[in-house]
Design a binder for this molecule. Structure first.
Ligand code: HEC
Ligand code: HEC
Ligand code: HEC
Length: 501
């Protein structure tokens, strides 16, 4: 059980982090008890009602004496130490699961809350986390026993279980079908293009272009995105809060006209009959959808592609080997200093790119509270009021709400060294320049139609406030980001082109 051993080691590493982080930044007392890295921890449980009950039992035995049977804290408290928290307060919702797990595991020494690492197994501590979440009024997404099906995920250490739509359960056969479709040029108008033309494995399933170029040469307003760990993304593409499901999203590149990507608009039947003429597909579809008389349908095409996308899991970078305690010298001292900077209140990177997938926008089985956020990073300010150049106005293009101008999804930073150029429109060439953009608290463009000072944008996030790094610190931060590359993922033959002879 690789993941289990990994998590235990991770807790040891987390203790070391606590020291490092406490030294680096003066945290206000009694607000954050856990270090920022604790946000990386996610529940390995496929959470059921029984887990919550087990958590309630454990709470009664070890926590109620201080926090009260109802979690509201003691009525009287006069021993001179901080009062045990009211765990039903709404501010408890602001903690993420990993922080609560960290506090339960390590205790809060200065407040007299004991550590539970030796009292409770890892499993029980996660059950406690689930119960504590319910105390704060959070409705947990529980699964019923066995609902996950028999599919065996190959999860990287410390990764939670992805959510899968009930109408498209995972199977190895669907994944295999999807892999064939993802790489199949018959999914384009002139048999030259496939999903993989813009989502290349050696580029972490993004590409090297600033903006996507479709089968007809039409240029997409935005750049291709990495599909690594897309199974955890509750919202798809750069800035569309309504695009939620991989099955539906796949229709956009196939049939979209604005812009043309694969150019299949009006060619659905033709495409399906091309597939049906290939004996290999007759077999692949029949195995993926047993019992269906006519399995070669558009709905099944998208189900297969989505199943393949869900197994594109990436979490075996040098940083992960270091983080899980598997290899404490997997990354350089420079990268370790970069890690501390990344998770510091000075740079604020972790606020938007935190968590096991280096993006706060992640969903999975057992997740307590899903918040989907889009941010304006001050990349543009063409009119002094924070405007971005059309048509890339961010979420505003969908919501038509002025407040949403320039708001984009914070992408995962895993494999980020492989996916240059950067940002939704590929307008930043290197990681060094990305860091310069954040250091300045927004980008200044001095000439041309997009000229403006992003740092003065009234719409930018308060987390993009600007800071100063020494030349060495800049190198450290880049070194850290480069250690998020998972070479195994970029070359794993299971994710490669099945049509290649
Ligand atoms: C000896 C008393 C004591 C026991 C036993 C105890 N706690 Fe605490 N706990 C505290 C105190 C005191 C604080 C507040 C610390 C502070 O604000 O400095 C606290 C804080 C917390 C917090 C952080 C809440 C916040 O304010 O952010 C959580 C979560 C928590 N406890 C959960 C638990 C759980 C779960 C257990 C059982 C495994 C437990 N505690 C057992 C005394 C205790
Ligand atoms: C012409 C290049 C191109 C082709 C072909 C293409 N994509 Fe994309 N893909 C993009 C671009 C550009 C985006 C960002 C779209 C946006 O923001 O509107 C994207 C975004 C995505 C996303 C969202 C990723 C995220 O992190 O939210 C998924 C999933 C995806 N594509 C899957 C596919 C699949 C499946 C196919 C084949 C059916 C495909 N793409 C074909 C260029 C392409
Ligand atoms: C307020 C939230 C926020 C903070 C803080 C933040 N980012 Fe970002 N980051 C984003 C968003 C949103 C994007 C996409 C912006 C766009 O395309 O307009 C992004 C894009 C990026 C990209 C390019 C990703 C890609 O696939 O093109 C990198 C690299 C990056 N950020 C690194 C960092 C680093 C390093 C820090 C800390 C110095 C940081 N970010 C701080 C939200 C944030």
């Amino acid at each position: 059980m690789r993941s289990r051993a990994g998590l235990t080691a991770l807790m040891l590493a987390a203790c070391a982090w606590a020291v490092a982080v406490a030294a680096a930044v003066q945290e206000p007392a009694h607000v954050h008890h856990a270090p920022a890295q604790a946000r990386m921890l996610t529940s390995p449980l496929e959470l059921t009602e029984a887990d919550v009950s087990a958590g309630a039992e454990a709470f009664k035995s070890r926590c109620a004496s201080c926090h009260g049977a109802d979690g509201k804290g003691p009525l009287l408290w006069q021993n001179g130490r901080p009062k045990p928290s009211d765990l039903t307060e709404s501010r408890m919702r602001e903690h993420v699961d990993g922080e609560i797990y960290w506090v339960i595991t390590n205790g809060i020494t200065e407040s007299g809350m004991p550590a539970s690492a030796s009292q409770f197994s890892e499993r029980t501590r996660w059950q406690l986390v689930a119960y504590v979440r319910t105390l704060a009024g959070i409705k947990l997404a529980l699964s019923t026993p066995g609902a996950g099906g028999s599919y065996v995920w190959d999860l990287p250490p410390g990764f939670p279980r992805p959510k899968v739509p009930a109408d498209n359960p995972m199977s190895a056969e669907k994944v295999e079908l999807g892999r064939h479709l993802f790489y199949d040029t018959r999914l384009s108008v002139d048999n030259t293009f496939s999903c993989a033309s813009c989502h290349k494995q050696d580029r972490a399933f993004a590409d090297e272009k600033a903006r996507g170029v479709g089968v007809t040469g039409e240029v997409h307003p935005r750049g291709s995105m990495s599909l690594g760990n897309i199974a955890y993304s509750p919202v798809l593409t750069w800035a569309n809060p309504t695009q939620r499901k991989l099955e539906t999203q796949a229709l956009v590149p196939m049939f979209g006209d604005e812009p043309v990507e694969l150019g299949l608009s009006g060619k659905e039947k033709e495409m399906l009959s091309k597939l049906a003429a290939d004996p290999r597909y007759l077999e692949l579809f029949a195995k993926a959808f047993p019992g269906e008389a006519q399995p070669i349908t558009l709905a099944n095409v998208t189900k297969g592609i989505a199943s393949f996308e869900r197994v594109l899991l990436s979490g075996r970078s040098p940083y992960d080997r270091y983080r899980t305690g598997e290899d404490l010298i997997a990354i350089s001292d420079s990268a370790k200093r970069g890690e501390a900077l990344f998770f510091s209140e000075k740079t604020e990177c972790f606020h938007c790119h935190g968590g096991f997938n280096f993006t706060e926008t992640a969903d999975y089985i057992g997740k307590g509270f899903l918040e989907i956020e889009f941010h304006n990073t001050g990349l543009y300010n063409v009119d002094g009021n924070g405007a971005y150049p059309a048509p890339n106005t961010g979420v505003m293009a969908v919501s038509e709400d002025e407040e949403d101008m320039g708001r984009f999804k914070a992408p995962s930073l895993r494999n980020i060294a492989e996916t240059a150029p950067y940002m939704h429109d590929g307008s930043i060439a290197t990681l060094e320049e990305v860091i310069a953009h954040y250091e300045a608290g927004g980008r200044t463009i001095t000439g041309g139609p997009n000229a403006g000072d992003g740092s003065k944008s009234p719409l930018k996030s308060s987390f993009v406030k600007g800071f100063t790094l020494t030349p060495q610190e800049r190198k450290d931060l880049v070194a850290f980001l480069k250690n998020l590359t998972d070479e195994e993922f970029l070359t794993d033959p299971r994710f490669g082109n099945p049509w290649k002879k």
